[in-house]
Design a binder for this molecule. Structure first.
Ligand SMILES: Cc1cc2nc3c(=O)[nH]c(=O)nc-3n(C[C@H](O)[C@H](O)[C@H](O)COP(=O)(O)OP(=O)(O)OC[C@H]3O[C@@H](n4cnc5c(N)ncnc54)[C@H](O)[C@@H]3O)c2cc1C
Length: 379
């Protein structure tokens, strides 16, 4: 791997940073306070081509590497974790499965709208009784001539209330275990696709999370992605791609902690000198800075492996595990550096502290990543 970003990637990073400082940073606290999904920011990002930057040009994308997308995710998360999360989610959990497993008709139907930021997708896998254990899902898809009838309940589904397309996983043959799971692209408004409970969250409050219920929901057979039985494989591949996004988002959160900690510790005076002069604070900052470099290399490596067309599952799990725990560790330290001021609502580090927690849970918990990594090491 070449550790140096290309001139284009450096330019995109600095342009997105400038954009985030101008358009996101001033409203990030309000987005969090009001649990508001910032449509106006996504419109502007779409105008800049950032919602389709790494999608193939034939589907209206920018044709860059996936790595470039992840740099954008990191810089967005540095100002607003929810915005960074939704950006990475769109590429990993929606665009990736359609591009990697969809047929030409499905790509033409959905990709240009996703690339232009005009369409939003929702990854619809988790169920009340099937979180880490994806195979315990009970949602069924029963074939009836040229249609499938979906029944079941999905929970914790991001974007459900605004989604145009749902990437849904359901069993077409329960007796076959994971090999009996299939994937469907279900358009919004399909009769029988019902929004359930909406959840209030601790962090990433600028993203929306709801239950989705399928009640005799009839979809045409052309909604099936790949073949019957491909669903588990598609879900795992999408989660692998999504995990790189989570890792980039985590790195952005950790970088924001460093930004805030450096600024605050130089300004805050105790015992007649800035607290930055205290070795205890310097050590916090040294550890943060070192871990962030490592986190960045981790997610960039995973994105690079994906860009090479190689299996990126293990690299994605390692990146997600390291980067999310880095974000969790250093949001705690960033609050510590600001003492009581860091604990008060309205401080950026208080928001980052809450936002960071999801990175250890969503798209596979840290324990799930350790299971994957240990499984590979012990093979
Ligand atoms: C804000 C938010 C957004 C989300 N968005 C989506 C979405 O868009 N689409 C979607 O499909 N899902 C989504 N999810 C669901 C998310 O992926 C799951 O919450 C996650 O995979 C964990 O599942 P669970 O919550 O059921 O926890 P559980 O699987 O019940 O796990 C509970 C605890 O047990 C541990 N555990 C479980 N099994 C093992 C094991 N074998 N060994 C060791 N420890 C274990 C876990 O690590 C965890 O600590 C979202 C969740 C949240 C909170």
């Amino acid at each position: 791997m070449n550790f140096k970003l290309s001139e284009e990637q450096e330019l995109i990073r600095s342009n997105v940073r400038e954009f985030a400082l101008k358009h996101i940073e001033p409203v990030a606290a309000e987005i969090d306070a009001n649990s508001r999904q910032p449509a106006e920011i996504f419109e502007k990002l779409a105008e800049l081509g950032m919602m389709g930057i790494s999608y193939p040009t034939e589907y209206g994308g920018g044709g860059t590497e996936f790595l470039t997308t992840m740099i954008v995710t990191e810089e967005l998360a540095r100002s607003c974790a929810a915005t960074g999360f939704l950006h990475g989610y769109s590429f990993g959990l929606i665009g990736h499965p359609i591009l990697a497993f969809g047929n030409e008709e499905q790509k033409k139907k959905w990709m240009p709208g996703l690339a232009a930021g005009k369409l939003v997708g929702s990854f619809t896998l988790t169920e009340p009784g099937a979180g880490t254990d994806v195979s315990a899902a009970t949602t069924s898809a029963v074939k009836n001539d040229n249609e499938y009838v979906l029944n079941g309940t999905k929970t914790f589904i991001t974007n459900a209330i605004i989604a145009d397309v749902f990437v849904v996983f359901a069993y077409t043959d329960r007796s076959a275990g994971p090999k009996g799971m299939s994937c469907f692209l279900v358009p919004k408004g399909t009769p029988g696709l019902i929004l359930g409970q909406h959840f209030e969250k601790m962090g990433i409050r600028g993203s929306q999370t709801s239950e989705v219920v399928f009640k005799d929901c009839v979809v045409t057979a052309d909604c099936l992605v790949g073949k019957e039985g491909d669903g588990f494989k598609i879900a795992m591949s999408a989660l692998d791609a999504g995990r790189i996004g989570m890792a980039a988002m985590s790195t952005g959160i950790a970088q924001a902690c460093l930004d805030e900690s450096v600024k605050y510790s130089k300004e805050r005076v105790q015992f007649n000198k800035p607290i930055a002069k205290q070795q205890a604070i310097q050590w916090f900052i040294a550890d943060m800075s070192t871990d962030i470099d490592a986190a960045r290399y981790f997610y960039m490596n995973a994105a690079w492996v994906k860009d090479q067309g190689k299996s990126f599952s293990l690299a994605a799990s390692k990146a997600k595990l390291f980067c999310s725990e880095c974000a969790a560790r250093h949001t705690t330290k960033a609050v510590q550096i600001q003492g009581g001021y860091g604990y008060i609502k309205g401080s950026k580090v208080e928001r980052l502290y809450r936002d960071a927690k999801i990175t250890e849970i969503g798209e596979g918990t840290s324990e799930a990543q350790r299971m994957i990594i240990a499984g590979a090491a012990l093979r």
